[in-house]
Design a protein. Structure first.
Length: 125
């Protein structure tokens, strides 16, 4: 069973009015290729909020392939900041890849606690 609301896509994009953040929740075992990465970005842009603070829950994600990772790395024009939630060693390794590649573009941080991720991303101007 996937994360609530992830459906057949393997992920869900949502907007939280109270927190003023966009969120991506991945379904357990989801695999993200280039086409999925492009659709995820389109779904975030269809929220109609312009540049957003983005919380990405990688904890249940199985993998993002090389082309998907490189696509996400080049999206700094769409986002103010990105908080990555990771749990397993594999998702922490994936998140650290993004951290290494995003230096100097937008703030990106890795968290294992959701409340800390939310507090940080809300504090980013």
């Amino acid at each position: 069973m996937g994360a609530p609301g992830t459906g057949d896509k393997g992920y869900q994009v949502s907007w939280n009015d109270e927190l003023q953040i966009a969120r991506i929740d991945w379904a357990p075992g989801a695999c993200c290729d280039l086409a999925t990465a492009q659709q995820v970005d389109r779904d975030v842009q269809h929220l109609g909020r312009g540049k957003v603070r983005l919380l990405v829950d990688l904890r249940p994600n199985a993998s993002i392939d090389r082309e998907g990772r490189h696509f996400f790395i080049n999206l700094h024009a769409h986002y103010l900041a990105v908080a990555l939630l990771a749990g397993s060693p594999a998702t922490r390794m994936l998140a650290n890849f993004f951290l290494g590649m995003k230096r100097g573009t937008i703030p990106v941080r890795l968290f294992t606690a959701e409340d800390e991720a939310i507090d940080w991303i809300r504090s980013v101007a």
